[in-house]
Design a protein around this ligand. Structure first.
Ligand SMILES: *Cc1c(COP(=O)(O)O)cnc(C)c1O
Length: 361
């Protein structure tokens, strides 16, 4: 068996230890005589799994007691609608910073349901930076203020959070959750599709301050109401049972094998620096993002020559470095190096890039 080095932006790599454990437990989970996939979500055995997943997430992320953890479905994209439906109920207006495609999608979805206001944008330079934000331009009565914390496609991340005062700060953390510590108390809502850093696709995690779980806009479907899920322990209907189980294993891996989020950040910083240092020294490859806003997770780079980019992507794939083609709106390459990408994978990629540069100079 040989496994590739997978630089996909998502779904992405999972820790090998997690996959092996899942394989070991596939036919008979903990003496239950069945796979987690096959068991009733109402069983005691499954209840223990979801409870443990929630408790571990609270512990690893240091989530305060006045926050609810919800395990939902529909991806981060469904949150683009659930947020306005549930939160935009007073002034019926929300502020948005447009830092890429996901931020723009959250903005346009809100527009269908409430007043969505653009506070700032980095579209002028193809989203290669995070705009400076002036709190004087924020709507003091907004029901929430939305940011996309790590921009998966463009490879930028916030280095400083906007000061939104009493307006709840809401962040899409799909591609950076669990990559480093986050001060949850600074946010009203954090949400993430699981398929980048938490587990398989199909699970969406929402961390929401309890006082924000109120009555939704009139006509909001039951399943799109936070209250429904909060009041039913994420079990109003069948939750994505297997994805939650894998997420639990990933959290155990972060806690026990890595040693928590400070350690995770140190590993991720070391990995990202290996690649950024090489990009800064290379005559062929260069990073596309303003240095200050460089993401730890998604690293886009180009040669400046489309044919050479294509040659690189093709030869890299043949050598076992897969999914390095950049997003169609940026071109070039993108290496997504989420938590599960081992440092050896990044070292091997840099060695391959050096070799490619020498041969094609
Ligand atoms: C992947 C991603 C999304 C989309 O997530 P889905 O779960 O596919 O809806 C949204 N925002 C960010 C930042 C992402 O990286």
């Amino acid at each position: 068996m040989s496994r590739v080095m997978n630089f996909s932006a998502g779904p992405s790599m999972l820790p090998e230890a997690v996959l092996k454990r899942a394989a070991d437990e596939m036919l008979d989970y903990n003496g239950s005589g069945q796979s987690v996939m096959e068991m009733s979500h109402r069983s005691k055995t499954y209840q223990a799994i979801i409870d443990e997943c929630s408790a571990l997430l609270r512990e690893v992320m240091n989530i305060p007691d006045n926050y609810e953890v919800l395990f939902l479905q529909g991806g981060a994209s469904t949150q683009f609608a659930m947020l306005p439906l549930n939160l935009a109920t007073k002034s019926k207006s929300a502020d948005f910073v447009l830092t890429g495609q996901w931020a723009k999608k959250a903005f346009s979805e809100c527009k269908k349901l409430a007043n969505a206001r653009e506070v700032a944008s980095s579209a002028d330079k193809t989203f290669t930076y995070i705009p400076e934000l002036d709190p004087a331009t924020f709507d003091k009565n907004a029901d929430y203020f939305h940011i996309c914390m790590n921009n998966t496609i463009y490879g930028t991340k916030y280095v400083e959070l906007p000061d939104t005062g009493d307006v709840p700060l809401v962040a899409d953390v799909s591609s950076c959750i669990l990559s480093e510590p986050i001060d949850v108390s600074k946010f009203g809502v954090l949400y993430a599709g699981a398929q980048k850093n938490m587990g398989p696709a199909g699970l969406t995690v929402v961390i929401i301050r309890k006082d924000l779980i109120g009555e939704p806009k009139d006509g909001t479907p039951t399943m799109l109401t936070y209250k429904t899920h909060a009041e039913n322990g994420s079990m109003y209907n069948t939750p994505p049972t297997y994805a939650i189980y894998i997420c639990k294993l990933v959290l155990e891996w972060i806690k026990n094998d890595i040693g928590g989020l400070e350690k995770m950040k140190a590993v991720n910083t070391e990995k990202a620096n290996l690649l950024y240092d090489y990009l800064d020294s290379s005559k062929m490859f260069k990073g596309t993002v303003e240095k200050k806003y460089r993401s730890l997770m998604n690293i886009p780079f180009v040669t400046g020559n489309e044919e050479l980019d294509a040659k690189f992507v093709k030869e890299a794939a043949a050598a076992g470095f897969v999914n390095l083609k950049g997003h169609r709106t940026v071109g070039g390459m993108r290496a997504s190096i989420y938590n599960a990408m081992p440092i050896e994978g990044v070292k091997a990629l840099v060695a391959f890039m050096k070799d490619f540069e020498a041969k094609n100079a």
